[in-house]
Design a protein around this ligand. Structure first.
Ligand SMILES: [Ca+2]
Ligand SMILES: [Ca+2]
Length: 401
């Protein structure tokens, strides 16, 4: 081989293999949007690429779901699915798509709004209670609300439906509603909300008299949860748990009971955060990445004293929606991993976590080319996903037979 071809070969390998600080190959080799930005600590972005040795198969259980947003496995193996235009359905374990459940309130389904997340009561086996979030049409606009109802004996309708929480303020917009629902081990319901996207609304992520850009913690009846960090603070809304978020569409508790969220940043600023009550996660004062229009974000600061750093960030972004810590027996190698749906990058992201750091990242289901909106684990240890398409699909990922 000539010196020239050796030099070319070396150049090619330099450009194709990007190494994490730890010296291992990374998945990401594109240049970051925040070209001059530096992570706050080693491993905060571009972690080592993982490759699991797992034999799985994906079964398409249902097709033709209109922009499904949430999938919740039910105790009998069937799946509760929401469709953003305002329908909730039960799909049987073998893929029979049921009629929309009756009894849901109206939703404002423009833009990113509509019927969003659903969560089962921790006592669902006994109380058959379902919680859901949605953009509620209101005088002067809309905002995220949470309702609950009891699934009827014939599983065709929701009964005793009641709105238990209404985020404030009402705003006339169609973006950044949040809104995942997750029950903690103590039985309290955590809600994640967005900042409503428009520049005039952004500062509300830091405003204590607004629910926007926060995570919230309420009782199953919708009251501020006892022990909330700002419950006795004058001028602060008592439901607030954490502040400074942009738009959170992914949230999950791990096996230790820790609360994690994955939030949409702008170009180059998607974040994984470990949430502690009372803490400030920075938006829009502290952020990675740049504006969609180009140029620096707000204060253009990635490390502001008194504000929490993300455990991990993606630049370029994945656009995260839906999250699940794997605890099942079907895939022992994946125990403890965090699975995240990726909209923009159209894949399932697996993140291995050690302590409070990301140890590695793997991307799965890349070749299917669909926006993954939600991922949840069934009692059988399978992972269930819905895809955010006009004719969206419901998938089961299970051990290969
Ligand atoms: Ca859910
Ligand atoms: Ca942040």
């Amino acid at each position: 081989m000539s010196n020239k071809s050796m030099a070319v070969g070396l150049l090619v390998s330099l450009f194709t293999a990007t190494l994490a600080a730890a010296g291992c190959p990374t998945l990401e080799s594109r240049p970051p949007e925040g070209a001059s930005q530096k992570p706050a600590f080693e491993g905060q972005t571009r972690a080592c690429a993982l490759k699991s040795n797992v034999a799985f198969e994906v079964t398409v259980l249902a097709r033709g779901l209109e922009h499904p947003w949430s999938v919740e496995p039910l105790p009998d193996g069937s799946l509760l699915v929401t469709e953003r235009p305002g329908r909730m359905r039960i799909v049987s374990a073998t893929g029979n798509v049921g009629e929309p459940l009756a009894g849901l309130p109206r939703v404002d389904a423009r833009g990113q709004g509509g019927l969003l997340d659903a969560a089962l009561s921790p006592m669902f086996d006994n109380d058959r209670t379902i919680y859901w979030s949605y953009s509620e049409p209101r005088e002067g606009g809309n905002a995220t609300s949470v309702a609950r109802g009891v699934l009827s004996r014939d599983a065709r309708s929701l009964e005793q439906v009641r709105v238990i929480f209404r985020a404030q303020p009402t705003y006339d917009g169609t973006m950044h509603f949040g809104s995942r629902l997750a029950f903690a081990q103590d039985g309290m319901l955590h809600i994640t909300l967005g900042d409503r996207s428009d520049r005039n609304m952004r500062p509300q992520a830091q405003a204590m008299d607004s629910h926007m850009g926060k995570t919230l913690r309420i009782t199953p009846e919708g009251r501020p949860a006892p022990g909330n960090p700002f419950i006795a603070k004058a001028g602060a809304l008592p439901e607030i748990w954490s502040i400074g978020h942009r738009n959170v569409q992914a949230a999950a508790f791990d096996a230790q009971g820790r609360f994690w969220i994955v939030e949409h940043g702008t170009r180059g600023g998607d974040e994984l955060n470990l949430i502690e009550g009372g803490k400030n996660y920075g938006w829009p004062l502290q952020a990675y990445g740049i504006e969609y229009s180009g140029g620096a974000i707000g204060g253009a600061v990635t490390n502001l004293p008194g504000h929490q750093q993300p455990v991990y960030y993606w630049d370029p972004v994945i656009a995260p929606s839906g999250a699940q810590f794997y605890t099942g027996d079907a895939f022992p190698e994946w125990k403890g991993s965090l699975f995240i749906g990726a909209l923009k990058e159209k894949r399932l992201v697996r993140v291995a976590i050690e302590g409070v750091r990301v140890a590695g990242e793997e991307h799965l289901l890349v070749d299917r080319g669909q926006r993954i909106r939600d991922v949840r684990q069934g009692r059988d240890g399978s992972l269930y996903m819905v895809t955010d398409e006009a004719r969206g699909e419901l998938w089961r990922l299970s051990p290969r037979r």
